[in-house]
Design a protein around this ligand. Structure first.
Ligand SMILES: O=C1C[C@@](O)(C(=O)O)C[C@@H](O)[C@@H]1O
Length: 256
């Protein structure tokens, strides 16, 4: 059974999934316009996809951007994500630079959550988690497969591994090539609820996977990414429509 996790004014794992809107602009002016809009639209959580930011290699620019974003967000939790190129991100950086960037962001204390990729290696993940916890920052330990859907046992294995390393939230995104792959992801999520109390975020991407972005309340995914100005991964549903569907499901589940 998932234990609910409260971060600022948002509780993950209670009722319908929370909606996270990704910031996908590459420069400061466009990012500021985006964040204003998502704050007004009532995003539950906002993710900054910093791998898309043109100045991401300049730590001072990253810190200033974090300050500017959090000032507008007024308490909406912010996830800092540098998605590596091998897991679907925009920019190639070395593992050392990935670690240094995340360490730097954690030290600023400006992000409520950081996304750390499971496959950066056990030492990197553990060290980043320990630094984050000293700053009271939560860590999403994540994995993405943009080509295929691993078997259910492998999905469960990766989620359990993310928990063993100390992740506060366990996340996996897979690419389905047939409808059975979506069922594989949903079954893995459903089964994991028996093993872990940690909140999970799981999704099948692309058109086939859309249902998995809507059905978190049924199977156990606590947060879903909705498209703002652009999608940050295939299959994301525009936020207004996403919200309506989640509300319909929540209401129907309450009645029964
Ligand atoms: O990990 C994820 C999930 C995601 O890939 C999705 O499929 O919605 C979108 C990314 O921005 C985010 O970092």
């Amino acid at each position: 059974m998932t234990e609910a996790l409260t971060i600022r004014n948002v509780t993950l794992g209670e009722g319908k999934p929370s909606i996270c809107i990704p910031l996908t602009s590459s420069n400061k002016a466009a990012l500021m316009e985006e964040v204003e809009r998502y704050q007004q639209e009532g995003a539950d959580v906002v993710e900054w996809r910093a791998d898309i930011f043109e100045e991401v290699e300049n730590h001072t620019a990253v810190e200033q951007m974090l300050k500017d974003l959090t000032a507008v967000l007024k308490g909406i939790p912010l996830i800092f994500t540098f998605r590596s190129h091998q897991e679907g991100g925009e920019k190639k950086i070395s593992k050392a630079d990935y670690i240094a960037l995340n360490q730097f962001v954690i030290q600023t204390g400006l992000a409520d959550l950081v996304d750390v990729e499971l496959y950066q290696g056990e030492d990197a993940v553990k060290n980043l988690i320990s630094a984050a916890h000293q700053q009271h920052t939560y860590v999403i330990v994540s994995n993405h497969d943009f080509q295929k859907t691993p078997p259910k046992s492998e999905i469960v294995h990766r989620l359990k591994w993310a928990e063993e390393l100390g992740g506060d939230i366990l996340k996996i995104a897979v690419m389905p090539n047939q409808t059975a792959d979506v069922l594989e992801l949903l079954t893995a999520t459903n089964e994991m609820k028996e093993y872990t109390t940690k909140p999970m975020i799981t999704m099948a991407m692309g058109p086939l996977g859309v249902i998995s972005r809507l059905s978190g309340q049924v199977f156990g995914s606590v947060l879903t990414f909705g498209a703002g100005e652009r999608t940050s991964a295939p299959g994301q549903v525009p936020v207004q429509e996403l919200r309506q569907v989640l509300e319909v499901i929540e209401k129907s589940m309450d009645v029964s």
